[in-house]
Structures are given as C-alpha cells and as structure tokens.
Design a protein around this ligand. Sequence first.
Ligand SMILES: Nc1ncnc2c1ncn2[C@@H]1O[C@H](COP(=O)(O)OP(=O)(O)OP(=O)(O)O)[C@@H](O)[C@H]1O
Ligand SMILES: CC(C)(CO)[C@@H](O)C(=O)[O-]
Ligand code: BAL
Length: 406
Amino acid sequence: MLALSLLRTASAGPSTFSQSSKIIIRHASNGNGKPLPHIPVIRTLGQLRRWRQEAREKGLEVGVVPTMGALHEGHVNLVRTSISKHPLTVMTLFVNPMQFAPHEDLSSYPRNFERDVTLLQSILPLPTSPRQMRGLGVSEHESFRPSITSSGNGSSNGNNHDIKSSPLVIFAPTPDVIYPLKGELQDLRSHKGVEVDVRGWAEVMEGASRPQFFKGVATVCTKLFNAVEPDHAYFGQKDIQQALLLKILVKDLLLSHPTSENLHILPTTRSSEGLALSSRNSYLSKSELQIAPILYKALSTVKKIYESNENEIENENENLTGEDLISKSIKIILKEKERILSNKNKNENELVELNLDYIEIFDKNTFEPIRGKIKEKKNKEFIIAGAIWVGKTRLIDNLLIGWEIS
Ligand SMILES: Nc1ncnc2c1ncn2[C@@H]1O[C@H](COP(=O)(O)OP(=O)(O)OP(=O)(O)O)[C@@H](O)[C@H]1O
Ligand SMILES: CC(C)(CO)[C@@H](O)C(=O)[O-]
Ligand code: BAL
C-alpha cells in the first residue's frame, strides 16, 4: 500500500523520498496484510509544542523515554512501560554531543534511525478502527500538520491524523534545535551557553571516568524536559548514577514536569548470559561478547556475599567491609584477565583485551563510597557499580544492594 504524507512518518518498509519536501511512504505489512502503525516523527520545537498543547487540552498524560537511539530490548521495555501507563509517549532520539568528550565515540556512536523506527512499530498495538484510535484520546479528525523541515517552527495548517492517533511519537531533533546558540558542544572550554551541573553527585564513578558526561546529560535532559514537559519520565537502571542524578536535578531545579517522584527507574534488561543490553554492545566482536558478562558476574558474586553476610546473625564475616567487597569483585575481573592471557596460545580466538576502569560500592542517596564495616552502617541502601573496557568498548553495569527500584 502506498500513502502520501506531508509529515515524515515512520515506515518499516523502504521509503522513497522525493526531491521536494513531500515524502512518499511505503507502509510495511505486519505479515497479515495489514500495514504497521505509523509513528509520527517530530523534528522541531514548534511541532512538539503544538502536539504537547493538544495533549494538555485533552487532559492526556504524557510519558517521555529519552534515548540516543540504536534501540534494543532495554529501550523497548522502557517505552512499553510508558505506553502501558499513559495515553501518549514521546521517545526522544538524540545523540547528544555535549555528553561526549572530544576523545570519545560521538562520531562512531551507532545510529540506525530506520531500524529504530521499525522496532518501535513492531511493538505498537494496531489500531483496528477509528473508535479504537479515539480510545487513545486523540481524535484523528482535528487539524494538525507539523512542517517536515528540520528547523523552524513548523506550520499548523491542514490535516494530519497520524500524529494525533498514535500513542507514540518520536522526537528526533537536530543539534541546532536542542542547542540553538550553535556553539562548540564537545570541547567545553570553548562552549558558550548554558551548562547544567549537578555538583556533588557528578564527579564520582562515571563522572570521575568521564568528567564531561553528567554535565552533558544534565544539560540535555533539562532541555528535553523543558521541551516535552512530560508528566512522567522513564530511565534505565543500567545507567543508575545518571537516573539518580536526574532525580536530584529535577528536585533541585523545582521542575514540575517531571517531578522527582515521576521520574521512574526501570530494571536492567540483560542477555541470557547476564550482559546488560547496551547500544555500545554492537561494537563488540564475537570473542569480546563472550567476555563482556564478566562484569555482571563479578557484581552478582559480591552481592551474594553481602546478602549471605547480612542474613546470618553470627558469622565469621562480622568484619566485612566495603573495601572487602570491592576487592573481591576486582579479583574476579583480574582472574578473568589472567585466564584470557593464559589461553592466549591455546586457541585460535582473538586475544581480548580486558581492563578494569572502576568498581565502587556507594550510598544510593549521597553517592558516598562505602568504607569500613558494613554491619555498622545505618543506611544500608547501596549500589555496587563498575565499568570495564572490553577491547576498545567501555561497558558499565550495577546491582542494587539492600533496596529495590519501585
Ligand atoms: N539494558 C538496559 N535495560 C534498561 N534500560 C536501559 C538498558 N540500556 C539502556 N537503558 C536505558 O535507556 C535509556 C537510553 O539509553 P541509551 O540510549 O544511552 O542506550 P544505552 O544502551 O545505554 O547506550 P550506551 O551503550 O551508549 O550506554 C537510558 O535511560 C538507559 O539507562
Ligand atoms: C539520558 C540520555 C538520553 C541523555 O542524552 C542518555 O544519556 C542516555 O541515553 O542514557
Ligand atoms: N547511556 C549512557 C549514554 C552515554 O554513555 O553517553
């Protein structure tokens, strides 16, 4: 089936772009002959603001799922949750230059917009009738037509039902939309413009290894929250320090959309070997993929040691300290490194380079490292988190100790 649309909507099948601004979209079929649902793609602030205003006027709650694309099942779980709880969800898809230091992987970061859209289409329910679409609370008959240009404010003449009937829209802005001052975004020594800094929480762990990272994340998320004004926001536990820091940000900036309570953290989605799904996993070779779950293994072994220690009333580990837990997990990584090196000549596989960046156990509220005897700690809500290099790829993971995300 061929359809003509003035809004650049997502299509799972090959799409043909004419030289003018009109876009012809060939809709993919879901195998039953029915076209897959459209997912409207919003490019400009003007389009987004009008869409948001309509949602507000209709009293429809909006959830947001910020991402950098290269979607996987972890992202899908976030978006599924938002869709199941709110009539409207915005997935933001923006590779944010400011969170990449000049030496980091901005240029090679995986980008596959068409594939991302196809994946999202495959998880959306198929509206079978206009009534069902209205059930989402968005009439397909009222006029709304954003411009398809990637800058400017868009226009609102005409009729477009896609954007109004879909429970999910993608906000995929260009850097100029998010950073209208258009200055340097990676080398922050010459950046002119606003930077949001969550001081006291952004300098440790991920922030120690990537000093620019949280400034970039805090700045872009403040902008995305201002742009979308979401009632609820969804982040993954995989990036736990990021998610907790953003909770602090929205609280300290007195944001109402979202509030700290409405910024939700969802559990990490893992492969069957325990590897946390991550867009950067696509950098890994086959041999590297086999080694990569070692971080999860190290963290989970130590979590078990902690839990068995806590559950025993009297035990020989009465004196277990934070330092002990860190060193036990580091030993597991180092042992794996030794194993790889000792196997060097035994098999044909490439030699995988494994390096530890850090492992830390820290308080979930203050981000203070846990040192000394664990039994003596009053607040026992910890996070054990780490980062490793597998070849040229940096992977992170964490487990919660003594608490769960609600
Ligand atoms: N395995 C996962 N389980 C749950 N949430 C995840 C998972 N991976 C990423 N997320 C969450 O998805 C959101 C978008 O993350 P992002 O687009 O950076 O993907 P990523 O896989 O974390 O990429 P990267 O490889 O760059 O770390 C973040 O809130 C992140 O925590
Ligand atoms: C939150 C985020 C979308 C900000 O760019 C990014 O850091 C991510 O994808 O985790
Ligand atoms: N998920 C975190 C994004 C980053 O590493 O830049």
